[in-house]
Design a protein around this ligand. Sequence first.
Ligand code: HEC
Ligand code: HEC
Length: 186
Amino acid sequence: MVKKILNLLALSIFVTGIFMACGSATAPVKINQAPIVKSVADDELSYRNIPLGEEDAAPAKQYSDKDPGESIKIQRAFENAPPMIPHNIDDLLPIKRDDNQCLDCHHPNEAADAEAPATPASHFYNLRTNTKLDDLAGANFNCTQCHVPQSDAPQIIRNEFQPDYRNPESKTSSNLLDILNEGIDD
Ligand code: HEC
Ligand code: HEC
């Protein structure tokens, strides 16, 4: 048995030796070749086939001119996607620490009177500490970071995405906090 192991050891040293010898014989050869430079003109990069810097050529676009209360909710891009803002927000910005007009209508305490959809439970929750908050989570204060108006600009590239809503209500309402842990074992 010991002899067999010794034989195997000798064989492996021999084989390694051959490999090392071959390795040094076929050292990589340096090729003096100029790098291939392929350039792309900036009007080839643009979807509209115009130079990228030319902002003036952007197609005319119009945001909603409907005031809050007059607009119609826009279907969510997918289940629990942040809804787009269907109404005009021209006079409501900028959002400042002491002046967040969105909350004047969307805060749950105001929503019923304003007949506006209330800011959902997920915005009053700290997901890091898993605790319900008495007031809006700081991370949700800057509404237009996630909610944006929709313009009527034409689609240059057609979006083929088809959302798959599990129930018809989720096209125009959210329930993220209720279903967040779906499929996760405790
Ligand atoms: C004067 C009250 C009012 C103010 C101020 C207001 N909203 Fe609204 N908002 C509404 C109403 C009412 C609706 C429902 C659509 C409608 O009737 O026009 C709505 C709809 C929305 C929706 C769509 C909700 C959904 O479920 O699809 C979002 C998002 C939204 N608003 C965000 C904002 C943001 C962000 C601001 C601040 C920049 C703001 N709103 C300011 C009243 C208001
Ligand atoms: C960090 C991103 C983010 C910010 C900031 C944010 N939201 Fe949302 N919002 C969402 C998402 C995602 C949803 C849909 C899923 C959910 O949370 O239930 C939502 C849903 C909503 C809805 C629909 C509620 C319903 O029942 O269908 C309203 C109204 C809303 N937000 C208002 C606001 C307002 C007002 C602010 C600012 C005070 C704000 N949001 C800030 C991400 C955000």
